[in-house]
Design a protein around this ligand. Sequence first.
Ligand SMILES: [Zn+2]
Length: 236
Amino acid sequence: MEFEKLTGHDLERINRNLAVIPVGSLERHGDHLPLGTDTFIPQFISEKVSEVLDCLILPPVWYGSCKAMRNFLGTFDIQEEILYKYLKCIMVEANRNGIKLLVVVNGHGGNSVPIAMAAREVARETDLSVLVVDWWKDLGLEALSRFTSKGHAGEDETSAMLAVNADLVKMDLAKSYEVKYPSFKIYSKKLDDSLYKIALTGDATRADKEKGEELLKAVVADLIKIIEEAKRLIID
Ligand SMILES: [Zn+2]
């Protein structure tokens, strides 16, 4: 049930306890993936989940916080503080509309901290519970382990995007490039600006639609299990 397509009359008459919301970004993903990749994938996962659990799906948040890809054309970088406040507003409003458990399906690493900050505060101030997943690292781990390389616009993400909508992927432009991350946590503009040479890490040329379908199937199955467990704790 897509929230934006319902009438108020419909909304008054349906079970609003549970809702899913995809949160993504507009970001350069090599030369071969669409700029909305980080939203298309969680949107696809959220649609599957809402079909199976017969629950609400809220419109996605398209704009995310994208520091590392900021210098590449195609990236919109929203400040973390603004994103956290915006997400918090959405969560508060979800709660005011009767939602008790909100599942945030995140598609982009730079959003994780703003989402966690918003969720923690809203859970303290209202009776909304917020379940948060980073789809590419919290779910479908066994299926994920079959990929030889992982990373931004790499083999795993490209395979997933092929499974979501192959028409938007230009495999003839897929490349392979390994970013060497430092082994420690460091915040540095110099590194942000120099780490990524081609807005990609991993081997996108090895991407495969079938592997992507398997991965997303496992991700959706895991997420449904987690939501059912959370529902038992929160709603039932
Ligand atoms: Zn991505």
